[in-house]
Design a protein around this ligand. Structure first.
Ligand code: APR
Length: 240
């Protein structure tokens, strides 16, 4: 097992947000030049927006998925993968991100609570299939062959995130909760720090700046994810 700031640590939960992928060149949502500066999320990331203008929504998600081939995981992604493979206790990684950079950085366990760009969901049979090419309102579901029933397998505003029960179980039993690169503005993820604290965990935030929930954390490492995440992982593995 291991110690963090003289605290015994056996189970770690890591929550990541768009900030961990920023240095890979993936735009965040609310920073300068972020996605929500260019698009009103209510026009793109809600079931009502999809019903109103499916072509715009298909274009937005197809474009973001296609851009993934031009970005690479960064030192923060690879450091988390190292933590998952070398830490002597449990490490549960939950991400709000829909990119595949954690997986490409070496993480085998990744809980995508907001879904994934590289998956499409059929509204007829509710199955999720790999999105390897652009899809639209005349595409056919590979599972049930229905036509025109495919949507991005991404959790939109007003929808229930994936794996919430599993995440809450992990938060209730962890000794250390680490949040990386998230603004703490969107629930339920923004509430994870309070849940972990109430259950006795030590909490650490890594962010380039003060976030909406910084004051709820025991410890804050302010700086770039590619510097602070490897630094924290080294500290944890040295104590192991
Ligand atoms: N290193 C560390 N932190 C960074 C870096 C960096 N290089 N770059 C940006 N950040 C921080 C910003 O300071 C900000 O706090 O990352 C955070 C990004 O915040 P958002 O853009 O709001 O992204 P996120 O918190 O992931 O958004 C949550 O909102 O729109 C929904 O579904 C969407 O999953 C998303 C959710």
């Amino acid at each position: 097992m291991a110690y963090f700031r003289n605290r015994f640590v056996q189970r770690i939960v890591v929550l990541t947000g768009a900030g961990i992928s920023a240095e890979s060149g993936v735009p965040t949502f609310r920073d300068k030049d972020g996605l929500w500066e260019k698009h009103d999320p209510m026009d793109i990331a809600t079931p009502e927006a999809f019903a109103r203008d499916p072509a715009l929504v298909y274009r937005f998600y197809n474009e973001r998925r296609n851009k993934l081939s031009s970005v690479q995981p960064n030192l923060a992604h690879t450091a988390l993968a190292q933590l998952q493979s070398h830490f002597p206790g449990e490490v549960f990684l939950v991400t709000q991100n829909v990119d595949d950079l954690h997986e490409r950085g070496g993480s085998e366990q990744v809980c995508h609570m907001h879904g994934q760009l590289q998956a499409m969901l059929c509204t007829a049979c509710n199955s999720s299939s790999p999105a390897t090419v652009d899809y639209n309102s005349i595409s056919v579901c590979p599972a049930c062959t229905s036509r025109g029933t495919l949507r991005p397998d991404v959790v939109w505003f007003g929808e229930i995130p994936y794996f919430i029960e599993e995440i809450e179980t992990q938060l209730a039993s962890c000794d250390l909760f680490i949040a990386i690169g998230t603004s703490g503005l969107v629930y339920p993820a923004a509430g994870f720090v309070q849940h972990a604290r109430l259950c006795g965990a030590t909490t650490v935030e890594i962010n380039r700046e003060i976030s909406d929930v910084t004051e709820l954390f025991h410890h804050q490492r302010q700086g770039l994810a590619t510097i602070e995440v490897p630094g924290l992982v080294r500290e944890l593995l040295q104590q192991a």
